[in-house]
Design a binder for this molecule. Sequence first.
Ligand SMILES: C[S@@+](CC[C@H](N)C(=O)[O-])C[C@H]1O[C@@H](n2cnc3c(N)ncnc32)[C@H](O)[C@@H]1O
Length: 297
Amino acid sequence: MRLPIRLNPTAVPHALRRLLAPVSASGDPSRLTFLADQYKRVPPEEQAAIAAEYSMCISALKFGKTFKTTAAARLDRSAAAFESHLVGNDHVVVDLGASDGSTSVDLFERIRPHVQRFIAADLNDSILICSHRNGLAFFSPAGQPIVEVTPRLLWYADVAGANPIYRGLVSRRVVRFPCSGEQTRIRLLNPRFLDLTARHPNVAFLRHDMFEPLPVTATAVRVSNLLNLSYFSAAEIERALGSICANLAESGLLLISRDTGTEEHGTLFRRSGGRLVILETIGAGSEVEPIASSLRL
Ligand SMILES: C[S@@+](CC[C@H](N)C(=O)[O-])C[C@H]1O[C@@H](n2cnc3c(N)ncnc32)[C@H](O)[C@@H]1O
């Protein structure tokens, strides 16, 4: 991000807000809680719109290098690729870097007959919110500043790669991110995902860092919009892939993809004989395909 400041879309006219999509943030501290509550109260045909708004709010959050950007139905091509290669009904599936779980619901619904256990995993699963007289400050559970929402602007704490003038401006401001008032902790799971876990005891969320080995032996793992060279160096991606594959079963599937806003590009691999072998390419393939293909497991 060259500019660590963005207009707060809730403060700008609707047409401009649409231009800024998917960036959005709520100016109301209880908006996420409100949406989660509303989801349970409205008829089923109105739930999708509420779940979509929840994901839109979540998508404005940036923890360190990565945004939590997500939306239902954005990863349909990788879900279809998984579906065509899964055989049997005893798969342990992990959707890693799942954000609020919206795309995990889509994937589970598509491959349900093949699933014994389904885990949506993400490192950043909750957030602390503090209100102050000019807006809201968001912090990670570890207390690191993430974003300050003021009536007109979103001030991101991460300034890496930013224009030096703005970097100085934001850095000075971030040091003063106020958090004197009461803190509210909010779990960042979409009500649609929580609804799925209530109906299917074999579906769960797990807080997990992709640089650590998976806590289960998985037979299928999807990592979408996370193993990107704009987020991580090649060495970091290699390290993350090593950790993921440490608990990927022999013959297990690994799907890495990235969504450009209009299209999904990715590669589906099978673990075979100490390597990741390409099974299928989606669109132009994953940009980290050469790194994954050269791994020796
Ligand atoms: C851009 S979102 C992608 C969400 C979803 N997979 C999708 O494509 O819609 C990236 C997600 O990766 C998560 N993430 C970042 N670093 C991570 C790490 N080290 N381990 C696990 N998840 C991580 C972020 O919290 C964020 O939710």
